[in-house]
Design a protein around this ligand. Structure first.
Ligand SMILES: [Zn+2]
Ligand SMILES: [Zn+2]
Length: 223
């Protein structure tokens, strides 16, 4: 199996390894609990300042997030679309294409802003490979994230996972999609802060097969 390129292909990879098994044994909320579990595990590594284990945990957070997108009813959520809708190569709050200036002002997100719609239609600006998305977020938020502590960035991801949970319970679906996009943005920001490639670390752990049973279609026993 080839290494996936786009976010959609990564989502497809996790569907192909785990989709059938997850459908059989887990509800969408079980899968969301897995996301929280992995994130909490990562928090423990952060507390112990164990960088290596933090990095090793990242593919699991990403993988379960993608599994959650796959399992959202009635049809899965396409994370790539959700991310582009919220972040069309600009910061959706201050509309800067690079070096977001939100820190100096209080700005509210308005999904229906006319200008945002214009940015969404500039499809040539849309990154294709996962590394390209990572570079896009670095261009927009790298400068402001440079002055933050790494834990602040991880905590922001945790905050977004909480918001995913709330949107999952209460809806509407557009809100859930926006929160998933935010979680992806902060996961990528954390990778940028660590100077690692999300696609590379994920492929190391999930090289086209389950990390545990090593099968292309996971056959792990239920635990
Ligand atoms: Zn901004
Ligand atoms: Zn397995």
């Amino acid at each position: 199996m080839e290494k996936p390129q786009s976010i959609r292909q990564w989502q497809g990879l996790f569907f192909s390894i785990y989709g059938a098994r997850n459908d059989e044994i887990y509800s969408p909320s079980d899968i969301l609990l897995h996301v929280i579990e992995e994130m909490a595990e990562l928090a423990e590594h952060l507390r112990k300042e164990d960088r290596e284990s933090v990095v090793k945990n990242i593919p699991d957070v990403f993988g379960w997030l993608l599994a959650f997108c796959n399992t959202c009813e009635p049809t899965g959520i396409d994370l790539e679309n959700a991310v582009w809708h919220k972040y069309p190569s600009v910061c959706p709050y201050c509309l800067q294409e690079k070096n977001c200036t939100c820190i100096s002002q209080e700005l509210k997100y308005k999904d229906d802003r006319e200008l945002l719609e214009k940015y969404r239609n500039r499809m040539k600006q849309k990154p294709f490979i996962l590394d390209g998305w990572q570079q896009m977020f670095e261009r927009i938020y790298g400068r402001v994230n440079k002055i933050k502590f790494q834990v602040q960035i991880w905590f922001h991801l945790f905050e977004e996972i909480g918001e995913i949970s709330r949107a999952f319970r209460l809806g509407p679906r557009a809100e859930l999609e926006a929160e998933l996009a935010d979680a992806f943005a902060w996961l990528v920001a954390a990778c940028n802060k660590l100077q690692i490639s999300l696609s590379e670390v994920t492929w190391q752990t999930y090289p086209g097969k389950c990390r545990t049973c090593l099968k292309e279609k996971c056959q792990c026993p239920v635990i």
